[in-house]
Design a protein around this ligand. Structure first.
Ligand SMILES: [Zn+2]
Ligand SMILES: [Zn+2]
Length: 253
């Protein structure tokens, strides 16, 4: 199994449009962060978690030629707004399987009504195969996926465990029974927005406390704001086996 970080930035991406913040002006490619998403390759199958507004650029960056499924964490635009750009995959492969909470599917149907249209559908519009997920493990082909339930302020969000890898983003609280599902991980990915507290995202301190509880072999931080600081400086301050993710980083598991 291979995991590639397609984007590691918070909702506006880094640089933020029009910002003169030093991190937004940084020349280091690791300080440039597209909206959060990961690509998971398993037995030649390619999955992505979330499909934000940078999806097209992310697929081009990876020279992606196929897409076997999209798993959605939640409905926020930075995780869903790129859905229209599945078109090249749809033209080659047919309906693209998507996996999401019923509420997230409802939200996608409202915003991408033409994708879900069944009568007089525009021929150029893509189609998806809908799979409703609940908080129980499911299989995509022979690949077991275990949802991890969390809260993003008042909004329910799913993280996902696959084998000894788990990807959690946009979390602010995770119940102890959900943390139980994260035992014996090789790699945990968790959101860390900035140092200052935030109503719906872990800040750095909360993310590090969460890592302490879960005790994975390695942890990577994602959904990062420019307010967290320069990649190289933040990395220096992190505990052993905790890393700031960056766009394009690949992990082999
Ligand atoms: Zn987000
Ligand atoms: Zn969100």
């Amino acid at each position: 199994m291979k995991v590639t970080f397609l984007g590691t930035g918070t909702s506006q991406g880094i640089p933020v449009i029009g910002s003169t913040h030093p991190v937004c002006l940084s020349d280091n490619p690791k300080d440039k962060r597209l909206r959060v998403s990961v690509m998971i390759t398993h037995n030649d199958n390619v999955y992505v978690i979330d499909c934000g507004p940078d999806f097209r650029a992310q697929m081009l960056n990876q020279n992606a030629t196929k897409l076997d499924a999209i798993l959605f964490t939640h409905e926020h635009a930075d995780h869903t707004a790129g859905l229209d750009d599945i078109r090249p995959f749809f033209f080659k492969q047919g309906d693209i399987p998507i996996y999401a909470h019923q509420r997230v599917l409802k939200s996608l149907k409202r915003r991408f009504d033409y994708i879900f249209e069944t009568e007089n559908k525009y021929p150029g519009a893509p189609s998806v195969a809908q799979n409703i997920i609940t908080n129980t493990s499911f299989f995509i082909a022979d690949f077991k996926v275990t949802p991890i339930n969390g809260m993003h302020n008042n909004l329910q969000v799913f993280g996902f465990r696959m084998e000894d890898f788990a990807y959690l983003t946009d979390m602010k609280t995770v119940a102890d029974e959900e943390i139980e599902k994260l035992k014996n991980l090789d790699v945990l990915v968790i959101n860390a927005l900035r140092e200052k507290e935030h109503i719906s995202h872990f800040n750095l301190e909360e993310a590090l406390a969460f890592i302490e509880k879960v005790k994975p072999k390695k942890a990577y931080l994602t959904h990062i704001s420019h307010w967290l600081g320069f990649h190289e400086e933040v990395q220096q301050k992190l505990p052993e086996n905790v890393y700031l993710a960056y766009d394009g980083l690949t992990i082999n598991l």
